[in-house]
Design a protein around this ligand. Sequence first.
Ligand code: NDP
Length: 434
Amino acid sequence: AQRNPGQPEFLQAVTEVMESLWPFIEKNPRYAEHGLLERLVEPERVMMFRVSWTDDHGNVQVNRGFRIQHSMAIGPFKGGLRFHPSVNLSVLKFLAFEQTFKNALTTLPMGGGKGGSDFDPKGKSPSEVMRFCQAFVTELFRHVGPDTDVPAGDIGVGGREVGYMAGMYKKLANSAASVFTGKGLAFGGSLIRPEATGYGTVYFADEMLKTRGKSFDGMRVSVSGSGNVAQYAVEKAMQLGAKVVTVSDSSGTVIDEEGFTTEKLAVLMEIKNHLYGRVNDYAARVGAKFEAGVRPWHVPVDIALPCATQNELDENDAKVLIKNGVVCVAEGANMPSTIEAAKAFEAAGVLYAPGKASNAGGVATSGLEMSQNAMRLSWNREEVDARLLQIMQNIHAACLKHGKRADGTVSYIDGANIAGFVKVADAMIAQGVI
Ligand code: NDP
């Protein structure tokens, strides 16, 4: 804490990982040798830079850009870029730290990184967004490359923004190397990448449910958020027979007792992805209830899928969900549950998956995009989806293997942390003190 003042999210992520690793390390003390843990909590490199650009009124705007290159132990730095006013060093260090373990869990050769800016895309014109993306890449481009660091999207960065950044990268680097993932299909993107995080979260939850002889069929599901991850979590949960009764954004929650349909999801996607609107516009269009300023967790459900942002589900929310009979919570977002909430779920015997396990399908499919780019070919939808499902099943199996407690129950928190850690730590030990 003394070395990282004012970084509560980073300290929270490190605390959560270290608490679950500690008993394992006591049994396997070689993992505490050669300063391994001290090295693991220190990013290899941190870049902070000025991004200046001109808005539509001719005014110069100044934002702060970041790239955290956390670990290259098992492959090039890899992780998304987030554009949101809440972005700061602490948030991105936590995300880059988590990404390192998540990427290890996918078993694909990717290290961990994260980046972004405090730029707020809300209310900006398309040309302002393009100018900002281009200005951001004029600095970022010198730090990234297909064998160095491969950025992607995250909150506020979707296909449009990745396209502008990949375009500017090409121009500056004079290289067609596809350094970004999440690209458009016309210039090296992979099928299923937009769907991958949401689909993967539901695939993972389905594996958890199977361990108790249950499935999504007929279940009531709440989803938070309404962006990329949330939309495809809704779609896959519906395909598996569930009734999805909520979505949300930072303005409030939509509650729809009738449940989502394919037609309603198309309306949500139109409003969110093309009109850059709010969920209350969506509620009005489909005639659903909208509750301003509240989160979805008071709505009784069997399965909760938090897909918005960090710390959006606290201990009180967890208690309400438990009281209402929730059986499974799988995180599409990164660290949406506070440490206390996660502990409450585990203590109550709820099937609880931390984001680094359940939302790894996005980066796994980015890894598949990198493979396709390197081979200069593209797989069809079914092939990528089948690989995604297989990867999620493998991550689930790794969590079971490493998360089994003496009493036979499973901690997915411990399982994900230990399985990811062992892979990164073994690679670090083999490569010496660097
Ligand atoms: P989007 O920008 O597409 O959507 C983000 C959603 O979360 C929006 O509904 C947004 O609402 C809401 N949100 C964001 N910040 C806040 C906040 N401070 N308070 C309340 N609501 C908020 O992002 P993604 O769907 O890509 O990302 C969602 C989560 O999933 C993030 O935690 C991200 O790190 C994680 N993730 C994403 C992956 C991906 O492939 N995209 C991969 C793995 C994890 P509003 O519009 O009002 O801001």
